[in-house]
Design a protein around this ligand. Structure first.
Ligand code: ATP
Ligand code: MG
Length: 436
C-alpha cells in the first residue's frame, strides 16, 4: 500500500505527483458521466477524489457507484494540483476499499435542516464542515491561551466541580444529591482560586462551569467552558492588561496558523479583523455606558447589570473589544472590591466583544480585607458559615489580588461570527436540551 497520509498534508501542497493512500469517511459524492467525485474526510480535512471509469477496474467503479454516505473507506491515487477542486488539490483514484459500509439514509442530507433537527442529530452534525472548522478553532484558541499563560509564568490549577457554596448567586445553582447531603455544580473556580494564589502565585484554569440559566438567550449555556485567571499583587488596571495581552496573542496566533485562518475565512470572519486588534483596548466606565444608553433612547437605570439588549446596542458601536469598568456593587458578586474612592461602585471590568456580541469576560479586583468581606457577605444575605474557609484566607496572609473569567464559547462565537453560542461547543447544554 502506498504511504498513508493525512488530508491536511495533501492540502498544504505536499505529495503533488505522488501516489498516496487516505483513510476516512465518505463525506459527499456525485457522479457525472464516466466520473465519480468522492469527497473524503479524515478529521484533518476534506479532499476531492476523482475516479474515472477507464482508470479503475469495472468492479471498483461499481463499488464507488453504490457506496453510501459516511461509509469508511481507504482510497489510493495520485495527488494533482487542480484549482477547480475545493482546497486546490485532488486525488486521481486508482483503488478504493470500503472498510465499513454505512447504512442507507444518513440523516443529515444535502438540504436545509432546522436547528432542532440538527441539535437532535448533533452526534452526526459535528461531522459537518462548519462544526469541524469551529471545533478546530476552539482547540487552537485554547492551545494559544495555554501558550501565553505558560510563557508568562502562570501555573495551571484545578478546582473542584462539586462544591458547597455559591459564588455567583443562588439563582443559577444546580444542586446535586451528594450522598445524604446537598452539593452544587460549580459556577466558577473563584473561591478556590483565591485559596490557591497563596500556594502557587499566578494561576489559571480551563474547566467547565455550570449555571442553571432560566432564560433562553443566544449567549447562555448551562454548561460552559471557563478560562479563569487569578493573580496576587494585581489591581484592576493590572488584570485588564493581562486580559488584553492574552486575547491579542491568541487572536494573532489563530490568524498566523494557515489552517485556522482558512477556517475563519470560511466561517465569514476575515482574518484581518483579528489581526488589527492590539492593546490597549478602549476602557469606558459603567456611568458613561448608562449615559450613552439613555442618550440613545434605551431606558436603563443606574445600578442594574447590563443585559443582552443594552450590550448589543453598545457593542454595535465598536469594532474591537473594549472594557466596561466600575460596575455598581449591586450588579456584582460579593467578592468584588468596592472602589475606596467611591464605594457604591466596584473595581470591576467586563470585556465586551464588538459587533453586537457583548460580554466575554467578567473580572476585577477582589476584596482582601476581612471586615470588608464580612460586610459584603452580609449585604448579599449570604450565610458567613457557608464561607468559613474562604473568609479564613483574609486572616492568614491576605494580599491585594485580581482575576477574570473568560467564557470560551462566548469568545469563540464572536471570533467565528456565530449567531448562537450553541455552535461554539460540540454538545451544547441549554435550558431545554441535555441530549445527545
Ligand atoms: P451574563 O451577565 O452575561 O449572564 P455573568 O455576568 O453571569 O454573564 P460572569 O459571572 O462574569 O458572567 O462569568 C464570566 C464569563 O463567563 C462571562 O463573561 C461569560 O463570558 C461567561 N459566561 C457566564 N455565564 C455563561 C453562560 N451561562 N453561558 C456561557 N458563558 C457564560
Ligand atoms: Mg458579568
Amino acid at each position: 500500500m502506498p504511504q498513508l497520509v493525512e488530508i491536511s498534508q495533501i492540502l498544504s501542497g505536499k505529495y503533488v505527483g505522488e501516489e498516496v493512500t487516505v483513510r476516512g469517511w465518505l463525506h459527499n459524492r456525485r457522479s457525472s458521466g464516466g466520473i465519480h467525485f468522492l469527497m473524503v474526510r479524515d478529521g484533518t480535512g476534506v479532499i476531492q477524489c476523482t475516479m474515472k471509469k477507464d482508470r479503475v477496474s469495472a468492479e471498483t467503479f461499481e463499488v464507488a457507484k453504490k457506496i453510501t454516505m459516511e461509509s469508511t473507506i481507504e482510497l489510493t491515487g495520485v495527488v494533482r494540483e487542480d484549482n477547480r477542486a475545493p482546497g486546490g488539490y485532488e486525488i486521481q483514484t486508482s483503488d478504493l476499499r470500503v472498510i465499513y459500509r454505512a447504512e442507507e439514509g444518513f440523516p443529515i442530507a444535502k438540504k436545509y435542516h432546522g436547528p432542532d433537527f440538527l441539535l437532535d442529530n448533533r452526534h452526526l452534525w459535528i461531522r459537518s464542515q462548519k462544526m469541524q472548522r469551529i471545533l478546530r478553532i476552539r482547540a487552537r484558541f485554547l492551545k494559544a491561551a495555554r501558550e501565553w499563560l505558560d510563557q508568562n509564568g502562570f501555573t495551571e490549577f484545578h478546582a473542584p466541580t462539586l462544591i458547597t457554596a455559591a459564588c455567583e448567586g443562588g439563582a443559577t445553582l444546580f444542586s446535586v444529591k451528594y450522598f445524604d447531603r446537598e452539593a452544587y455544580l460549580t459556577q466558577s473556580w473563584q473561591l478556590y482560586a483565591e485559596a490557591a494564589i497563596a500556594s502557587l502565585g499566578k494561576i489559571y484554569t480551563i474547566a467547565p462551569s455550570f449555571r442553571a440559566e432560566k432564560s433562553r438567550t443566544r449567549r447562555h449555556l448551562t454548561e460552559f467552558w471557563h478560562l479563569e485567571v487569578e493573580v496576587p499583587w494585581c489591581d484592576l488596571e493590572g488584570i485588564m492588561r493581562i486580559e488584553e495581552e492574552m486575547l491579542t496573542y491568541i487572536l494573532h496566533r489563530l490568524v498566523e496558523d494557515p489552517i485556522a485562518a482558512r477556517d475563519l475565512g470560511a466561517l465569514g470572519r476575515p482574518p484581518k479583523d483579528l489581526l488589527r486588534i492590539e492593546p490597549p483596548f478602549p476602557r469606558i466606565t459603567y456611568d458613561e455606558v448608562v449615559k450613552i444608553l439613555n442618550d440613545d433612547g434605551i431606558r436603563f437605570e443606574w445600578g442594574n447589570d447590563l443585559g443582552w439588549v443594552e450590550e448589543k446596542h453598545l457593542t454595535l458601536k465598536f469594532d474591537k473589544p473594549f472594557f466596561v469598568t466600575h460596575y455598581p456593587r449591586s450588579a456584582k458578586a460579593f467578592y468584588h472590591k468596592p472602589d475606596p474612592k467611591r464605594p457604591e461602585v466596584t473595581l470591576s471590568a467586563d470585556l465586551l466583544a464588538p459587533e453586537g456580541y457583548g460580554e466575554i469576560t467578567g473580572g476585577g479586583q477582589r476584596i482582601e480585607d476581612l471586615n470588608e468581606l464580612l460586610e459584603r457577605i452580609k449585604e448579599n444575605n449570604l450565610n458567613p458559615e457557608d464561607y468559613k474557609w474562604y473568609i479564613d484566607l483574609r486572616r492568614y496572609g491576605t494580599v491585594p489580588h485580581s482575576g477574570f473569567g473568560l467564557g470560551v464559547e462566548r469568545t469563540i462565537a464572536w471570533i467565528c461570527k456565530l449567531s448562537h453560542i450553541r455552535d461554539a461547543i460540540a454538545f451544547p447544554r441549554l435550558i431545554n436540551r441535555v441530549y445527545p
